[in-house]
Ligand binder design. Structure first.
Ligand code: PMV
Length: 353
């Protein structure tokens, strides 16, 4: 019985995807730019079940995930969402692979069902969003599993940008931000396309200050919907698009101070949309404000630029120059002894295992 394995890292947006043009296909209202992470990732495994009549989710550790990875506790709707994505891969793979027929890639004729397992390297209930990494990992393992020649797929997928990008488009339909986890370290997503952009930034390190790990009261799908009711939504897609242009220039020029300023403004804008939507909501926990208030005056130190941002959650993400990593870690540890601090670095995206 063959099994197919992949992992994909999480990514952290600097200009955020917030609001959908087409909710069915997860087409975004505005372009976004993220940094792909490395160690904070999801491992997925698909094991063939030839005699079965449907695929199933199994709450088991995938092979190769490492003993410390945590199997998520999926509610029935969560399991259904990811199994539905597997069926989407099955339905769309023939057309997706058609341009690569000369490489021997096509959809399998026997079309078996699978036992799907996944696990995250984030500590249990760290509050780090896993939908981007999970949908990217499942898309990659699923495409290999349903390909007529899995070995040729393994040889070709990484070296063919058009194939990687087609897989990113497929993953996007499961969870929008998943399309930015196929490449790295910086990825620009606009409409149907998600692709890496050039960077002249110095070596960087990432911290996530884990402030609260309770389940989100408002899902990101719901947030995408509600932000449109905020009076601040007016002009938001245009402002985000302008920030994307400015940010891609700053990344290409290695200008970390500008990256820092743009990401800070963008983070506050997204959370302001949440706080001002008609049915307003907040992801802030008391510790979030405490950490942001401690960071704010330090942003003015132009000799040591760093990036601070939040996702749709209470945890604070920091991107610092690697040469200052240990000093930052020590200061964070000392100032916030009660918060867990996860450490990571920029990465290059999903891989088959
Ligand atoms: O991919 P989704 O639908 O979970 O949306 C993610 C939205 C944010 O994480 C808040 C921003 C982003 O660009 O990742």
């Amino acid at each position: 019985m063959r099994s197919f394995r992949a992992f994909a890292p999480s990514n952290i947006a600097l200009v955020k995807y917030m609001g959908k043009l087409d909710p069915e296909r997860n087409l975004p209202a505005n372009p976004s730019i993220s940094m792909t992470l490395s160690a904070l990732r999801t491992h997925a495994e698909l094991e063939e079940l030839p005699a079965a009549s449907a695929s199933e989710w199994r709450a088991e550790l995938p092979a190769g995930a490492g003993a410390s990875a945590k199997v998520p506790t999926l509610k029935p709707a969560g399991a259904q969402r990811v199994l539905g994505h597997l069926e989407r891969i099955r339905a769309e793979l023939p057309a997706l692979l058609a341009p690569f027929a000369s490489l021997g890639l096509g959809a399998r004729l026997d079309q078996p069902f699978f036992a799907l397992k996944s696990a995250n390297t984030f500590p249990a209930a760290s509050g780090i969003a896993s939908s981007a990494s999970s949908f990217a990992a499942v898309t990659l393992a699923g495409a290999q599993a349903l390909c007529s020649d899995p070995d040729a797929f393994a040889r070709e997928w990484k070296s063919r940008p058009e194939l990687r990008r087609a897989l990113a488009r497929l993953a996007r339909q499961g969870s929008g931000s998943a399309c930015r986890s196929f490449e790295g370290p910086f990825v620009l997503w606009e409409g149907e396309s998600a692709a890496p952009i050039p960077s002249a930034l110095p070596a960087l390190s990432h911290f996530a200050v884990v402030i609260a790990s309770t389940e989100k009261s408002v899902s990101s799908s719901e947030a995408h919907h509600r932000v449109r009711t905020s009076p601040l939504w007016n002009g938001r897609p245009e402002r985000a698009a302008a920030r994307v242009s400015e940010l891609s220039r700053a990344i290409a020029q290695g200008d970390l101070s500008s990256v820092s300023r743009i990401a800070w403004q963008e983070m506050w804008e997204m959370h302001s949309l949440f706080h001002t939507s008609e049915e307003s909501f907040s992801y802030f926990a008391p510790g979030t404000t405490e950490v942001l208030a401690w960071l704010a005056p330090q942003l003015a130190d132009s000799a040591n630029p760093f990036v601070a941002t939040l996702d749709a959650g209470p945890n604070v993400h920091l991107i610092v120059e690697s040469r200052n990593r240990e000093e930052w870690y020590a200061r964070l540890r000392e100032r916030f002894p009660l918060f867990e601090i996860l450490q990571d670095s920029p990465g290059l995206g999903a891989e088959l295992v």
